[in-house]
Design a protein around this ligand. Structure first.
Ligand code: GLY
Length: 384
């Protein structure tokens, strides 16, 4: 049954747009999209996975509304966020005769949203984009706020632009076909909003995390709406990330380093890296004396209770080293004058930016996360 959708407006002056959250939105996509198109001509970009599931249905709805469209299908997976794929996509869009005042549709998860956003921002010096996010991660985070980008061997999202969409349509029905691992990974970004700025949302997630991830649609939708509201508040204050928007990177300096070390592939999903990264950010905050250790324990135990990794050791490869991770962090976009800055916390719901973290303490946080836990050591002993 379709329920009335919820709209969260992102207020950015002339660049304002709506994020519409609800179910059964795709069947009426023509109704949502048509008023925003300069002419009834678009290109829809999706990945192979989304194409298998939804291409025919989506094409039918565009046909119903007489919107002429090309579909462009990219390979599913993080590897698609590359210079090579970006070039191919731009050529496809030009072949599809997308003009300066046209709008393209990004239909998929974070990878499709990021590469399409980048392509839209540079094609003919900027065309419009509408996001139709299909993963939890994209619905609560990457489709909102206009960040675009691709990865390079130097790190994740190091090349990109800011380019706000005209509309984000978050149809929670897409989450029904998302595998449980992907849903859990997206949930790490939901927890992030509670951990960085909304303690009561974190409390609510502690009580509802399990039901959210086991298919309770009402709770899941509520979690998406709260996350979008939290993100809206932050980006409205600082759209270009010169200040408070950096708080949205809680755990991400660690996460990006882990993803770079793992080669940006599906062996470590972004949200899994973010869960570990958030725990490491709390750990760093505890060791620097900013935060009580009981807060770290709560965050760790919530992630663990829903099956997300909390320590590097859980995802570790033999080739990884603390030194390599720190080197990756030194490529972080937030680096200023070569000084590493981290989003730290005073407690759950109270994050701040610390621009001067010493490598020594960072080294010990990472070393401990690489090492066997006390539990593992005890188990080893009892096996001897
Ligand atoms: N994903 C963090 C941001 O949009 O700023």
């Amino acid at each position: 049954m379709s329920k009335k959708p919820t709209t969260v407006q992102i207020k950015l002056g002339q660049a304002s747009y709506d994020v519409v959250i609800g179910n059964q939105l795709m069947k009426d996509i023509g109704v949502w999209v048509t008023p925003l198109l300069n002419r009834k001509h678009t290109a829809i970009v999706m990945d192979t996975h989304v194409a298998d599931l939804y291409r025919d249905e989506l094409t039918a709805t565009f046909n119903k509304h007489d919107i002429k469209h090309q579909t462009i299908v990219l390979q599913a997976g993080e590897q698609t966020k590359s210079f090579e794929q970006l070039q191919g996509l731009l050529n496809h869009l030009l072949e599809s005769k997308i003009e300066r005042h046209d709008t393209i549709i990004a239909f998929g998860g974070g990878v499709i949203g990021d590469i399409c956003g980048f392509a839209a921002s540079v094609l003919r010096r900027g065309v419009g984009i509408i996001h139709l996010p299909t993963t939890l991660l994209a619905q609560v985070d990457s489709a909102i706020g206009g960040k675009t980008g691709i990865n390079t061997p130097h790190g994740k999202n190091l090349v990109g632009t800011f380019h706000q969409p005209k509309l984000v349509l978050a149809d929670t029905d897409f989450l029904d076909t998302l595998g449980s691992r992907n849903l859990r990974a997206g949930y790490a970004e939901v927890v992030k909003y509670g951990a960085l700025g909304n303690r009561s949302f974190f409390n609510w997630l502690e009580n509802h995390g399990t039901t959210i991830l086991s298919g309770n649609k009402a709770h899941l939708t509520e979690a998406v709406i709260e996350s979008v509201r939290a993100k809206a508040q932050i980006i409205e204050q600082d759209v270009f990330e010169s200040g408070s928007r950096q708080l949205l990177n809680l755990g991400h300096t660690f996460a990006h380093a882990l993803e770079t070390e793992s080669g940006h592939n599906e062996t470590l999903l972004h949200g899994e890296a973010v869960a570990i990264g958030i725990v490491l950010a709390f750990d760093l905050s505890v060791r620097l004396g900013y935060c009580p250790s009981s807060e770290l324990a709560r965050v760790k135990s919530h992630f663990a209770s829903i099956g997300l990794p909390t320590r590097i050791r859980e995802v570790l490869r033999p080739s990884w080293s603390v030194k390599a991770l720190i080197n990756h962090m030194q490529q972080d976009k937030k680096i200023v004058d070569g000084k590493l800055s981290f989003v730290l916390v005073r407690s759950i719901g109270d994050a701040f930016l610390c621009t001067d973290v010493r490598t020594g303490v960072l080294n010990s946080v990472l070393t401990d996360s690489f090492a066997e836990s006390e539990l593992e050591k005890a188990a080893q002993k009892s096996n001897v």
